[in-house]
Design a binder for this molecule. Sequence first.
Ligand code: 5GP
Length: 201
Amino acid sequence: MSKGRLIVFSAPSGCGKGTMLAEILKDEGFYLSVSATTRLPREGETDGVNYYFLTKEEFEQKISENRFFEYACYCGNYYGTLLSEVDDKLEEGKNVILEIEVQGAMKIRQLRPDALFVFVIPPSVRELERRLRKRGTETDEVIAKRVAAAVEELKYAPKYDYIIVNDALEDAVSDFRAVIKAESLRTEYAAEILDEVINNA
Ligand code: 5GP
């Protein structure tokens, strides 16, 4: 069985990343890594499903035990990918998606240059703010913080391999599938089949 691909998927909050991922995960062969965080659960979020919700002390304990593949501080909370979420799943042949912000993504760029980096942007910052308000889960202060963070994050988009505009969900998901398809056809992944075809000529 061939190994899966590590996919770093970033988007400022309010870009519809969650809805996009829910669609993508309906396809076979993907695993969405469950991150750890110190932020409080939102309504409807479950520990171990959406995140591993940890206290600051628990998170820092795991940092000292080297249990993280990467971690970052975002809007005053820790977020991190646990090592246990990544390599086993890749070995199983799953494409592992890390839904992480840009600082973490840049660390993965160093650690795993073979990973695939996809950045989702909104059609405009105004639309992003509208979506955040519509979600109704955050206070005005948090929304303002997140919009400011989004503008900063957008500056990192050129460092990714692909940029997808999420205006209409269906189109954005179909663009993501097109990226995965094109990547699977890259020369480096075809070495085995190419050898076979040549050797049986
Ligand atoms: P939220 O609080 O909206 O769930 O997530 C806030 C930000 O943290 C999002 O940009 C999300 O991609 C990012 N994030 C979630 N998990 C991780 C992680 O494990 N590592 C890093 N670096 N960022 C993460």
